[in-house]
Design a protein around this ligand. Structure first.
Ligand code: ADP
Ligand code: X2W
Length: 299
C-alpha cells in the first residue's frame, strides 16, 4: 500500500509558494527599482543569490530595474592608481580624473559583472549608464545645496558630483517591455557636456520616481534604519525620518538613503524599503512572504 502521509518539508515548500500567491497577483506588470549597493555586492555567493532574485521577479511578470553603486570598488581603484579621495556629507569629491575612473569602474567593470551574474542566473540583462539614450541628465550639485541635503556645514566644491534633473525612462520601458532587465550605472551627462558622478541612491530614487515604480528597494550592509539602541525600525514616515535626522540617530551614508526614500514615496512610489543585502534572498522574502525585513518607508 502507498503511504499518503505528506512529507512535512515538501508541504512547507508548497505552503511557501501558496503564501506568495496574493503577492504574485498584486505585482504582476509592476515596476520594481532595486538599488544594489557596493557594500552588498562584496560576496560573490550573495551576488548570485541577488541575481537569481532579480531573474525570478522577471519570470513572474514583475519588471525589475537594477541601479547599482560601487563606492568601495571605486575607492580601491583610486588607491591602486594613487589618487586621493575624500567624502563630504556622503558624496565623493570628484575631480576630472576621479570622474573618469568612477565611470570606468561603475559603467565598465561593475555594470558588466552584474549583467554577467544575471545572465548566469538565466536572465537577459542590458547594462547602461545614465548617458545611454539620454536616460538621465545631470547638473552639478552646488555646494550650498549639498550642505542642505546632507546636513553638513563645510563649504567645498564637490567637483563633478551630479544630481539628476531630468529622467527619460523610455530606454528602460523599452528594454523591460521586450523581456530585458536594465542594469544602470550612476553616471550621467550634464547639459554642459561634462560627465557627472552621481550617488547611486539618488540616481535610483530619481529612476524609481520617473518609472512610477510600485516598490523601491535599497540593498545595503546593515539591517535597515537602526534606533539609538541599535534596534531595527521596521516602519518610518517622512516626519519620523526628519526627527531621527534632527537628533542624529540617522547619519552618514544613511542620510542620502532615507532622503531618497522620502522623495520617492512623495513622488508616487508606493513604498521604499531599506533592506539588508547580507541576507541570502532577502529581497524575495521581503516581496513574497509575510516575514518582511528591513525598514519600510511610506508616505
Ligand atoms: N540610524 C542608522 N541606521 C543604520 N545605519 C546607519 C544609521 N546612521 C548611519 N548609518 C550608517 O549608514 C551606513 C549605510 O550607508 P552606506 O555605507 O552609504 O551604504 P551603501 O554602500 O550600501 O550605499 C551604515 O553602514 C551605517 O554606518
Ligand atoms: C557622488 C558619489 O559619491 N558617487 C558615488 C557613486 C557610487 C555609489 O554611490 O556607490 P554605493 O552605493 O556603493 O555607495 C561614489 O563615487 O562612490
Amino acid at each position: 500500500m502507498t503511504n499518503h502521509a505528506p512529507d512535512p518539508a515538501l508541504l512547507a515548500k508548497a505552503e511557501t509558494l501558496i503564501e506568495a500567491l496574493p503577492y504574485l497577483h498584486r505585482y504582476k506588470g509592476a515596476t520594481f527599482v532595486v538599488k544594489y549597493g557596493g557594500h552588498a555586492m562584496g560576496d560573490p555567493e550573495l551576488a548570485r543569490d541577488f541575481a537569481e532574485d532579480v531573474v525570478l521577479l522577471k519570470a513572474v511578470g514583475i519588471n525589475p530595474i537594477v541601479v547599482h553603486g560601487g563606492g568601495p570598488q571605486i575607492g580601491a581603484m583610486l588607491k591602486r592608481l594613487g589618487v586621493e579621495s575624500q567624502f563630504v556629507g556622503g558624496l565623493r569629491v570628484t575631480d576630472a580624473e576621479t570622474a573618469r575612473i568612477a565611470e570606468m569602474v561603475l559603467a565598465g567593470s561593475i555594470n558588466k559583472e552584474i549583467v554577467g551574474w544575471i545572465g548566469e542566473a538565466g536572465g537577459r540583462a542590458v547594462g547602461i549608464s545614465g548617458k545611454d539614450a539620454n536616460l538621465v541628465t545631470a547638473r552639478k550639485v552646488q555646494r550650498d545645496e549639498a550642505d542642505t541635503l546632507q546636513g553638513i556645514e563645510r563649504h567645498v566644491d564637490l567637483g563633478f558630483v551630479g544630481e539628476p534633473v531630468a529622467v527619460d525612462p523610455l530606454i528602460l520601458t523599452t528594454l523591460a517591455g521586450q523581456g530585458f532587465i536594465p542594469v544602470v550605472a550612476p553616471i550621467a551627462l550634464g547639459a554642459d557636456g561634462h560627465t557627472y558622478n552621481i550617488n547611486a541612491d539618488t540616481m535610483a530614487g530619481a529612476i524609481a520616481a520617473a518609472c512610477r515604480a510600485s516598490r523601491f528597494f535599497l540593498l545595503t550592509d546593515v539591517a535597515g534604519v537602526l534606533n539609538k539602541s541599535g534596534e531595527l525600525m521596521t516602519d518610518l514616515d517622512p516626519a519620523g525620518i526628519e526627527a531621527l535626522k534632527a537628533d542624529g540617530t540617522i547619519s552618514g551614508g544613511m542620510i542620502p538613503k532615507v532622503e531618497t526614500c522620502v522623495n520617492a514615496v512623495k513622488s508616487g512610489v508606493d513604498a521604499a524599503v531599506i533592506l539588508d543585502g547580507r541576507i541570502p534572498h532577502g529581497m524575495l522574502l521581503e516581496i513574497f512572504t509575510r516575514r518582511g525585513a528591513g525598514t519600510l518607508v511610506h508616505a
